[in-house]
Design a protein around this ligand. Structure first.
Ligand code: PEP
Ligand code: MN
Length: 446
């Protein structure tokens, strides 16, 4: 074993129980892919990861606001330039609304370039008497309901790595090449159909334009506005993949999971003794943990002991997904426990995963109004305790899909079938995403 392997093994995740992992029929093929991945370049760089960690520290105290958005599950077939651009545009538009509307710097993070693995409620799925392994995301198997498609295939990890790399390449081109310049704010609306949120954004963009012209006339240097920092995050679920992406930073000797800037652990794999916690314990990235309504103060202290023992600001975010009907009751004692502990966390609201329902026709969906109610509850609880609502984490796409009910141009149960395209959870469409941003900007103003 070389020195890096010794360090990596020291994280000890292989000795811990690991939930939600695929079973690979061919261990030799898995070992070959892992070894191949280990030899490849990192997807993100330690300096970028450190910059995000510093920004996350600002969000802990209210000096910035985190906006994380993207697909529940990215798919290989949707990995096209148009889809990536529409998602980036949507997140940039939301960020502009939040930054300008609430005068708050926004930390822009995509659930993108690596969100290819999903936890499932059952290991198997049965249709018409046929039972097959569940779909676990494109980095593991394929969605089609055939034995071949559902067999876990390690070569998919390599495909995930390459697609994440090309996605990041396009994101870097968009955000570094002037496309994300705030003076281009009008052009981000191009390609979106006329709808109420679009019009609202258009008049908002005019306001920004005026402010820009004023600053230009006053001699402000615009170079800083030409480029935008955009970060990538995904759930660190597939342990073999994440482990193979760990690299040592030659400047500091620290380990980083170079598959993304930020990684999070899902509600189903967040047991402090689970392998997922052990894996992320060993790397220096900012990390998030999803916490649902059954989370106890002891579990949170356990997570802090493992993931942020020293209490470094910006290292640990707690992403609450309580459900709109529970958040006002279950969040306060958890915040009090963190406050009593003294180690800082960045509180982020995921208003999606506690609010999933099944509509007529069997569609898994969420109501826009319920999503907004959870965000409102999150703000209310933090405001009443004097703590900081640090950000939101939403599932969205830049397309006009019909997956979530309600919104300004309401989608009803009948309309759900029109463009229901998600492979796993329902996403806000472009218009609904902008509406969330306008509403949250109001909440941030206080
Ligand atoms: C998700 O973010 O898609 C997800 C599965 O969330 P959670 O772990 O909170 O259920
Ligand atoms: Mn999801």
């Amino acid at each position: 074993m070389n020195e890096l392997d010794v360090k990596r093994t020291a994280t000890g995740w292989r000795d811990r129980p690991a939930s939600q992992q695929p079973s690979y029929p061919d261990p030799a093929a898995l070992a070959a892919v892992s070894s191949d991945l280990r030899s490849r370049p990192p997807l993100v760089f330690a300096g970028e990861v450190d910059a995000l960690r510093d920004l996350m520290a600002k969000a802990t105290t209210g000096g910035a606001f985190v906006l994380t958005g993207g697909d529940c599950a990215e798919s290989f077939t949707d990995n096209t330039a148009t889809n990536i651009r529409l998602k980036i545009q949507t997140i940039l538009q939301m960020a502009a609304v939040l930054t300008y509307g609430a005068s708050t710097p926004v930390i822009k993070i995509g659930r993108i370039a690596g969100q290819y693995t999903k936890p499932r409620s059952a290991d198997e799925e049965t249709r018409d008497g046929v039972t097959l392994p569940s779909y676990r995301g494109d980095s593991v198997n394929s969605h089609a309901f055939t034995p071949e498609a559902r067999t876990a295939d390690p070569s998919r990890m390599l495909d995930a790595y390459l697609r994440a790399g090309t996605t990041l390449n396009l994101i870097r081109a968009f955000t570094m090449g002037g496309y994300a310049d705030l003076r281009e704010v009008h052009s981000w609306n191009r390609g979106f159909t006329a709808n109420p949120a679009y019009k609202r954004f258009e008049s908002f963009a005019e306001e920004i334009d005026r402010a820009m012209r004023f600053m230009e006339a006053a001699g402000v240097d615009f170079e800083a506005l030409r480029q935008v920092d955009f970060y990538a995050a995904h759930e660190a679920l597939l342990l073999e993949y994440e482990d193979a992406m760990i690299r040592e930073d030659s400047r500091t000797g620290r380990l980083y999971d170079t598959s993304a800037h930020m990684l999070w652990i899902g509600e189903r794999t967040r047991d402090p003794e689970d392998a997922h916690v052990a894996l992320l314990e060993g790397v220096h990235n900012p990390v998030g943990v999803k916490i649902g309504p059954t989370t106890t103060p002891d579990e949170i202290r356990g997570l802090m002991d493992h993931l942020n023992p020293e209490g470094d600001p910006g290292r640990l975010s707690l992403i609450t997904r309580m459900g709109a009907d529970r958040i006002r009751e279950v969040l306060p004692p958890l915040i009090e426990a963190v406050r009593a502990d003294g180690r800082p966390v960045t509180w982020i609201a995921d208003p999606m995963h506690g609010n999933t329902i099944t509509a007529a026709g069997g569609y898994k969906t969420r109501r826009f109004e319920t999503i907004m109610d959870e965000i409102r509850g999150f703000f209310e609880v933090h405001r009443s305790l004097g703590t900081v609502p640090g950000g939101i984490h939403v599932e969205l796409t830049g397309d006009d899909v019909t997956e979530c009910l309600g919104g300004g141009e309401p989608i009803d149960e009948e309309a759900l079938g029109r463009r229901y395209e998600t492979l796993v959870d329902p996403r806000l469409n472009h218009q609904q995403s902008l509406e969330v941003a306008f509403e949250v900007a109001e909440m941030l103003k206080g």
